[in-house]
Design a protein around this ligand. Sequence first.
Ligand code: FAD
Length: 321
Amino acid sequence: MSKKMLVIGEARDGSLRNVTFEAIAAAKSISDGEIVGVLCGAGDLGELGNEMIHYGADRVITVSNDKLKTYTSEGYGQAVKAVIDDENPEGIVMGHTAIGKDLTPKLASKLESGLISDATEISEEGGNIVFTRPIYSGKAFEKKIITDGLIFATIRPNNIPALEKDESRSGEVTSKDVDVADLRTIIQDVVRKTSEGVDLSEAKVIVAGGRGVKSAEGFEPLEELAEVLGGAVGASRGACDAGYCDYSLQIGQTGKVVTPDLYIAAGISGAIQHLAGMSNSKVIVAINKDPEANIFNVADYGIVGDLFDVVPKLIEELKKV
Ligand code: FAD
């Protein structure tokens, strides 16, 4: 299909989030037409625009405005809508991130279009673009199509692989002035609770701890294991409720939904609400001293043992590699 597709990029701390590149790959899997990237923010966005081109966009439109320094649905909504009105795309793709979840329904409603959110797979069947998405906390999948108008979708991070970066690709990066109206809601300050490091929702490896970790200090070996594997630390709600770690690390039905290549669950029982956030991980390793723990029902590899014995041994072995 030769459709003009718009990909809404997302940057954090001056770098594009990986899901932006995955969204470009998703758009390219839908259409062999022009792929146009959109980036909103403040300051010079040209370099980030070029990076989108290196990952497969044909050209990029940046909207830079002080009112877009931090995300607000009002500001970004106006900026992206102005680009959509100019470009008149046939499809729009964005990451299913906190921003994507907030921005896209509002845009879809303004555009009177359909929206398929949280897609993990895209295929073509009988001339239709079919989006597969998990439902009922990952216990089932549904396949959806948009029958009319814009093909508008968000994609779950870590599911549709990005294309290889090709620095020899070139394309136009143009800036568009958008007269963003005064915002009714202004973010005055953002107080970060998470530590720096790999972003949990985009991490390829997650080492998650549960109530079995027993204390905040108990998380230290998990942090070390995550560091050795180049991953991020996550947690069950049990661990968060017990005060061992911050709620920003919570994975599950009421926390983050993650799909890393490798998920190591240590001292986590495997409650249904926790599984809702991680059961679609590609490989799951469970460490639990209770051989009957439910987590073993979803694990690809299970280690029955005390995490305080097992994790240091894993670190020791991995350091040799
Ligand atoms: P526990 O169930 O207490 O399990 C601890 C495990 O550690 C046990 O299996 C034990 O055998 C093991 N263990 C203990 N010591 C060791 C050791 N030394 N070595 C190895 N293993 C050890 N939970 C979430 O995680 N995420 C959510 O988003 C979420 N949302 C919820 C929403 C609702 C509406 C409700 C009602 C609940 C929600 N919960 C959520 C809570 C969920 O039901 C469980 O209570 C929680 O997941 C339990 O956390 P846990 O597995 O860490 O603790």
